[in-house]
Design a protein around this ligand. Sequence first.
Ligand code: ATR
Length: 291
Amino acid sequence: MSGAITGTTGILGIIGWPVEHSLSPLMQNEALRRAGLDLVYVPFPVHPDALEEAVKGLRALGVCGFNVTVPHKTAVIPCLDELTPEAEMCGAVNTVRRDDDRLIGHNTDGIGLVRSLADDLGFRPPGRTVLVLGAGGAARGAVLALAAAGISRMIVANRTLRYGEELCGLVRLQFPHLDVQAISLDMSAIKPVLGAVDLLLNTTSVGMSGTAFAGLDLTAMHQSAAVYDMVYAPPCTPLLEEARRHGLCCANGLGMLACQGEEAFSFWTGRPPHPGLMKSCLHGHIGATTA
Ligand code: ATR
C-alpha cells in the first residue's frame, strides 16, 4: 500500500489455522507498498469448521484475493468457482483471485520451488534424479512440479512406505514415462540410492525445532549434488549442516516462500513485485542461510 488505508483500498489476505506465524503479510505488504498499489494484505485465522463460511464472507466482502495455507489447501477447492491447471494438477490451492464474482484457485508452490531451486542452487530439472523425503501435501506439490519441469527419475522416501507408494502412483498416472520409486525413510534404504541423486529435497517437518533425521549420512552423495530443505526455521537445519559438512551446495526454504509469494503477487496484480524484495524482507526477518 502506498499510503493510508482509504475508502478505495482493496484487501488481500491469507487464511490458515493457525496463521499467526505466517511471514506472508510482512513480505506482501512490503511489495505492495513498493509498487504503490492501493491494496493491503491481512491475516485471517480461519478454523477448519468455519472454512466454507469464511470463503463466503471473503466473497461477500469483495476481497481481491487471498493466500491459503495449512490446513485448507485442499479443503478450500469446493468453495471456489474455477481452478488453474497448476491447482488442478496437484489438487491443492495456495492462491485465490477474485475475477468479477468468480473465485479462481491457483497454486504457486510448485513454480515457487522450481524457481527457488534454480535461483538458490542453480538446479535445472531436465534429466535429473531427485530424492524426496516425505509424501504429504508439500511433497505432492513438489514432486508434480518437478515432474512437470522435466526430471527423469524420482525416489520418494517416506516414514510410512504406503503413503510414499500412493504418491508415486499418483505421479505415474500423470507422468507415465517418469522413473518413480518409493522407499522407506531409513538410512539402510536411502544409502544405496544416494550416489545417483542430483537433488535431495526435504518436504517433511523434520528439522523444525532442531529435530533431525536419525542416522543421516550424506557421504555417498556426489560433489555436484545439492540439498534443499523446505524448512526455514531454524535457518540451518541438521540436514543442511550435514550437507555443508560434505561441501554440498544447499539452501533452506526461504527462497521458495519468497518465490511462491512473488508468483501470487503477479497473479493478483498482473505485474511482478520489485525483484528480490520479498526475499530480502524474509532474510531480514529470519536470517540468510544459503550456502
Ligand atoms: P505437509 O502438508 O506439510 O506435507 P503432511 O501432509 O502432514 O504435511 O505430511 C507430513 C510429511 O512429513 C509426511 O510425509 C510424514 O510422514 P508419514 O507419511 O509417515 O506421516 C512426514 N513426517 C512428519 N513427521 C515426521 C517424522 N518425525 N519423521 C519422519 N517423517 C515425518
